[in-house]
Write a protein that binds this ligand. Structure first.
Ligand code: SF4
Length: 433
């Protein structure tokens, strides 16, 4: 989400002829797009602000304007300006629409004063670099779920869905620019619901159906979506996915934990049984689908048996990869007040076991794919060898291929002949379009 939003802010700047600064010391504008999900991410921003504060105080320093945006700007608001005099503007996630007006003021040497009571949230359009074939398309924003550990609903606000017409306009524009793969984005995409005022609603499955139909004959061949909440992923959405091969056979389905007691304490509102049922339903509809997930270990009250249940769920599902963390209390969330915090050393030891098991599953799954003939989207030149290109399969596997045969942005058929680390190698490209 942040990557997509940073790109959209960059697009606004580029359209107004701003250029990237050569270095920090010579920039006219510093824009910090922040994340509040983890305390460490916020610590990094505070460190960066201290650095800019020192820079501004230097004699003969180049004058610059500093804007803080993103979730941390929403969470801390004017407190940031009180703590760091270097902060000129704080632009929360719902105030993005103000960005061009702030730039107007900066460009004319004025100070921007916001006289709107509550600026409306604006969905940002995708920003594409030259030769980019994958794009993010925001379809909804915010979250109503209030998982006990998560700050997102407080900083991003309630769910707001974008109109299907605006989503389709952006997708058609991306297709014209030669994009081949899109990822529909939202904090909780499955709860997408747009009402047009006359009591008719477009929900996530209908939106998927419409996007699949309207992109059928065009250059966009692959569609993904992110992130999926198990509570809201419906059988209708799965049926639409299965009916259209344009939906990549990979899904990121956040499980967070494998114990019902911990899932309830986290306020996730599904059980491990329901999660496993969903996995079975997806596998039955699309037998070759791969899964990735998020796992949060060390939530207050977690027992050894809770951890064992998480390891068992991982064994049953066999994720291709996972983002694994241990819990850190976030002030302002429901879990912050919970008793029975798990000591740091135990959290680390449990997380290490989860990571070790995931590594084993990743290797086993990738090994089992050797020799398979697959389709990949060619993304660019390999960082290690300029004669080789790199691509990604629809299952979200990386593959290196001989460069002389491939073109960026083309789909190629190849055989996953060998595996080094988590990256496949293909000896030759069988065909491409
Ligand atoms: S679903 Fe839960 S974890 Fe995801 S953004 Fe919403 S509150 Fe946070």
């Amino acid at each position: 989400m942040n990557t997509a939003e940073s790109a959209a802010l960059t697009l606004v700047l580029k359209e107004r002829a701003w250029e990237p600064a050569l270095d920090r010391e010579h920039s006219d504008l510093v824009l910090l797009n922040t994340c509040s999900v983890r305390a460490t991410a916020e610590q990094r921003v505070l460190g960066r602000l201290a650095l800019y504060e020192a820079l501004r105080k230097k004699p003969a320093a180049h004058p610059f304007t500093l804007i803080v945006t993103g979730c941390m700007a929403s969470r801390l608001g004017e407190k940031l300006r009180e703590r760091f005099s270097v902060v000129d503007y704080v632009m929360g996630t719902s105030a993005r629409a103000l960005f061009p007006r702030i730039l107007d003021a900066i460009e004319s040497g004025q100070r921007f004063v916001n006289d709107d009571e509550k600026p409306a949230f604006a969905f940002s359009s995708s920003h594409l670099e030259e030769g980019q074939f994958r794009a993010f398309v925001p379809i909804m924003h915010g979250c109503n779920n209030f998982c006990a550990y998560c700050i997102v609903p407080y900083v991003r606000g309630p769910e707001v869905s974008r109109s299907p017409a605006s989503i389709m306009d952006e997708i058609h524009l991306l297709a014209e620019k030669g994009v081949r793969e899109i990822t529909l984005l939202g904090q909780n995409v499955n709860s997408y619901c747009w009402g047009n005022g006359d009591n008719t609603f477009v929900e996530f499955p209908e939106l998927l159906e419409r996007i699949a139909r309207e992109t059928e004959q065009g250059p966009i061949r692959w569609i993904r979506f992110l992130s999926s909440h198990p509570k809201d992923l419906s059988s209708r959405a799965i049926a639409v996915m299965a009916a259209h091969p344009t939906f990549c056979r990979h899904i990121h389905l956040c499980v967070q934990h494998g114990s019902n007691a911990i899932l309830a304490a986290m306020n996730r509102r599904y059980t491990r049984e329901r999660y496993l049922e969903l996995v079975a339903e997806l596998r039955s509809a699309m037998p070759d689908i791969t899964f990735s997930t998020d796992i949060l270990i060390g939530f207050p009250g977690e027992t050894e048996s809770d951890l064992e249940q998480t390891l068992e769920l991982m064994d049953s599902t066999r994720f291709l990869y996972a983002y694994m963390y241990h819990y850190n209390p976030r002030e302002g969330t429901a879990a912050f007040e919970l008793p029975n915090r798990i000591p740091e050393s135990i959290k680390r030891e449990r997380l290490a076991r989860v990571i070790a098991l995931q590594k084993q599953h990743t290797v086993e799954l990738l090994q089992s794919r050797r020799g398979k003939q697959v389709k990949a989207l060619v993304e660019g030149v390999s960082r290690r060898n300029a004669d080789e290109f790199i691509g990604r399969t629809e299952h979200d596997e990386m593959v290196v291929m001989p460069g002389r045969q491939a073109r960026f942005g083309s789909f190629v058929e190849l055989t996953l002949s060998s595996l080094k680390g988590n990256t496949f190698r293909a000896k030759e490209i069988l065909c491409y379009d």
